[in-house]
Design a protein around this ligand. Structure first.
Ligand code: GLV
Ligand code: MN
Ligand code: MN
Ligand code: MN
Length: 405
């Protein structure tokens, strides 16, 4: 079905279903994500788009202008990887809508005067290797390629090994200034990850800003021992310290207006009911509009964890994995988007996106599609087919103005 993003999403609704967690688990370069990448390439081929895969594993599907020169291009797209137990929309909605928008523009008889390219970026979620928006960070030269090659997933597989498994050459991972220079603007459509549009009773919004956010790995080392034979006074239990990290993050984020602090992943080693743990790893996500507020919360949580560790006879190491400053999307591009979508409200978001990384290097904008549950990173994430259809037309309208002059 041409121009129907919901039908495209239905085609991939069986891929990466996670019976244990519910929803979808599609880590970058895993079997389900590779299946999604193959599906995207097949869809691009089916539309006569020319597919290139760059050294970082970004898939680019080109609708060339008549002169076939790949300069001054307009890019759109999103990602195919998911969080553990996520929905089918965070990422894939932007890919399916981009393909559907190409169909709509062709049905309109549009002849681009500059190329349109649909991109699928790897590891947007950072769910497998820890750094969010890794594909765009690599592309833009914002992360050291060697550090990325050596990143390990929780099974010990390196990014380089996973990339090789996806058919990439790890030697080619790294910045690609020439490719970026060929793109004049990027527009990402994404399911809204809050209730803004539902509360306003509207279908689509333009993005105003993304709040600053970062990730920190907290490692607490203690002394493993026997749960029955070790007196309470003799313990060096890292789980007790981890509890203080969790409590301190909640307390410090609560007192800063509109801050977000989350620990959604904890690993206790060795992880036995009758075993005092030897170590705990926690991954902490902190967000706020003001960058210094994020830094302050992390400092306070670190200090509270260190105090608790000292009392318990444990040690702590806090390492920053990634940090994204507050992003204000390009005003000029937003004005052009507003001219074709005059009723769309402008919403800021607490969620990170590849568009946020690209906004630092090229004019970038985003469209959000209403999510009636307001939930995301859970199987409860939703979008009504009518809103998806409105989103496709909105994206097509925006792309039309950008590729025809
Ligand atoms: C990704 O979706 C994030 O906001 O962490
Ligand atoms: Mn996303
Ligand atoms: Mn996400
Ligand atoms: Mn995101």
């Amino acid at each position: 079905m041409s121009g129907d993003a919901s039908a495209l999403l239905a085609q991939i609704a069986h891929i990466g279903v996670d019976p244990e967690r519910g929803g979808y688990t599609r880590p970058v370069f895993s079997a389900p994500e590779l299946e999604l990448r193959a599906w995207f390439i097949a869809q691009a081929d089916h539309r006569g788009l020319d597919v290139e895969i760059d050294g970082n594993g970004v898939i680019w599907a080109w609708w060339d202008a008549p002169d076939a020169r790949r300069v001054d291009a307009i890019a759109t797209g999103s990602h195919l990887d998911s969080v553990p137990g996520g929905g089918n929309l965070d990422g894939p909605l932007g890919i399916a809508s981009a393909l559907a928008a190409v169909d709509v523009l062709r049905e309109r008889g549009i002849r681009p005067v500059r190329p349109l390219v649909v991109a699928a970026f790897p590891e947007e979620e950072g769910s497998r290797f820890g750094i969010a928006c890794l594909g765009t960070r690599l592309l833009a030269g914002l992360v050291d390629p060697q550090r990325v090659r050596e990143l390990r997933d929780d099974k010990g597989v390196t990014f380089a090994e996973a990339a090789r498994g996806a058919g990439l050459d790890p030697a080619l991972i790294g910045p690609d200034a020439a490719r970026l220079a060929a793109i004049s603007a990027f527009v990402e459509l994404h399911v809204e990850q809050g209730r803004g549009l539902e509360d306003l009773g509207q279908s689509v919004a333009l993005a105003g800003a993304i709040i600053a956010h970062g990730r920190w790995h907290v490692r607490i080392d203690g002394r493993g021992d026997h749960a029955g034979a070790t007196r309470m006074a003799d313990r060096q239990d890292p789980v007790v310290v981890a509890a203080e990290t969790v409590r301190a993050l909640r307390a410090h984020a609560l007192v800063v207006d509109d801050a977000r602090g989350t620990i959604g992943r904890i690993k206790v080693t060795p992880g036995g009911t009758n075993v005092i743990a030897a170590s705990v790893d926690l991954w902490m996500d902190v967000r706020h509009r003001d960058e210094p507020a994020v830094r302050r919360i992390v400092e306070e949580v670190t200090a509270a964890t260190e105090r608790s560790a000292a009392a318990e006879g444990c040690t702590v190491k806090v390492t920053e994995q990634s940090f994204s400053p507050t992003v204000a999307f390009d005003n000029g591009l937003r004005e052009r988007m507003h001219a074709v979508l005059p009723d769309a409200p402008v919403l800021d978001t607490g969620a990170g996106h590849d568009a946020g990384v690209l906004a630092g290097v090229i004019p970038t904008g985003m469209l959000f599609v209403r999510n009636p549950t307001g939930a995301s990173h859970t199987p409860a994430e939703a979008a009504r087919p009518e809103d998806v259809a409105v989103g496709v037309i909105a994206l097509a309208d925006v792309l039309e103005t950008l590729i025809t002059r």
